[in-house]
Design a protein around this ligand. Structure first.
Ligand code: NAI
Length: 338
């Protein structure tokens, strides 16, 4: 079981193959929203990483110390501490190198991610203000939806505080890559662990753009199959929301995907080379201000934006559809902070 969450090549994105745990530093990771549907499995997976010395679990609900006590009994070295209530948020974040944020309402059937904006925008704004105060150098992964607007909110708050470093703030779109690997592997009879398909754009509906032409190993689909596969990856979150029938959205696969992303950040912080993940970040790759692309990660977050590579005509059309949606989502987030 621990192999699933150990930072080995099974969790790696393209090319990340040189893990060594021997250079481990003191590393504190904070999960904000740790008692939730995503927060709990995510924290449980992170507890198993040798790259973490302190795991700080924060949530507004009263039973957060109980979640921390529960996870602390797992026999791995990371020290686990629970924090609850707005007055403890800063203590939970202080000194963190990595902050992962799955705090906020999830979707119910019939809701779009954008419908969560009014509930979740202020949560992300307040967490950003606290990070700016006490952990401005942390690498931050934002899971809270709508990711396309929440990342601009976070960045704008950091900018206002004079602390913005766009190389350190990431919208976590890893679940889209995990799903692409799972579905393509299943369709082609490949081990899904070995399938690597970049997903660019954003994290909602048409803004999710899988680059199946760049998949490794290479896979062939008819035009009809390609359309169906693309739509399935774009709508996979809704598939789970419908199947859970009102009891929330993806939590277990997202806990896994969030842990993979956090561990990739930690591997890069630990000096490992060639750690690559796709994430939604501030950049001008597609003229939208924020866009997810493959990123080479390093000790200071993004070391190099690897860009979108050569797109097929089909993928270029998808990007063309994604851009207006992304521009709207970004403007909405920025407007909220103004
Ligand atoms: P949940 O409702 O099960 O858990 C959310 C947790 O956040 C709760 O424990 C709640 O107490 C906590 N919370 C609320 N306000 C807070 C605050 N101000 N500070 C700290 N914690 C706070 O929801 P779930 O299923 O864990 O989803 C969390 C978020 O992740 C949702 O917005 C959901 O849409 C999003 N999500 C993102 C995905 C992605 O790919 N980026 C995939 C799936 C969900």
């Amino acid at each position: 079981f621990s192999r699933i969450v150990r930072p080995t090549s099974t969790l790696a994105c393209q090319g990340a193959r040189n893990f060594s745990s021997s250079k481990q530093n003191n590393t504190k990771v904070t999960v904000v929203g740790a008692a939730g549907g995503i927060g709990q499995p995510l924290s449980m997976l992170l507890k198993q990483s040798d790259l973490i010395t302190e795991l700080s679990l924060y949530d507004i609900v009263k039973h957060t110390p109980g979640v921390a006590a529960d996870i602390s009994h797992m026999n791995f070295p990371a020290k686990v501490k629970g924090f609850t209530g707005a007055e403890q948020l800063r203590d939970s974040l202080k000194g963190s190198q990595v902050v992962i944020i799955p705090a906020g309402l999830p979707r119910k059937p019939g809701m779009s991610r954008d419908d969560l904006f009014s509930a979740n925008a202020s949560i992300v704004r307040d967490v950003a203000a606290a990070v700016a105060d006490v952990a401005p150098k942390a690498l931050v992964g934002i899971i809270t939806n709508p990711v396309n607007s929440c990342v601009p909110i976070f960045c704008e708050v950091m900018k206002k505080a004079g602390k913005l470093d766009p190389n350190r703030i990431f919208g976590v779109s890893t679940l889209d890559l995990v799903r692409a690997s799972a579905f393509i592997g299943e369709a082609k009879g490949l081990n899904p662990k070995d399938v690597n398909c970049p997903v660019i754009g954003g994290h909602s509906g048409v803004s999710i753009v899988p680059l199946i032409s760049q998949c490794k190993p290479a896979v062939q689909f008819s035009k009809d199959e390609l359309t169906k596969m693309t739509v399935r990856i774009q709508d996979a979150g809704t598939e789970v929301v419908k199947a859970k029938a009102g009891a929330g959205s993806a939590t277990l696969s997202m806990g896994f995907a969030g842990a993979r992303f956090a561990i990739s950040l930690l591997r890069a912080l630990n000096g490992e080379s060639n750690v690559i993940e796709c994430a939604y970040v501030l950049n001008d790759v597609a003229g939208t201000k924020y866009f997810a692309t493959p990123l080479l990660l390093g000790k200071n977050g993004i070391e190099k934006n690897l860009g979108i590579g050569k797109l097929s005509d089909f993928e270029q059309e998808l990007v063309n559809k994604a851009i207006p949606e992304l521009k709207d989502n970004v403007a909405k987030g920025e407007q909220f902070v103004k």
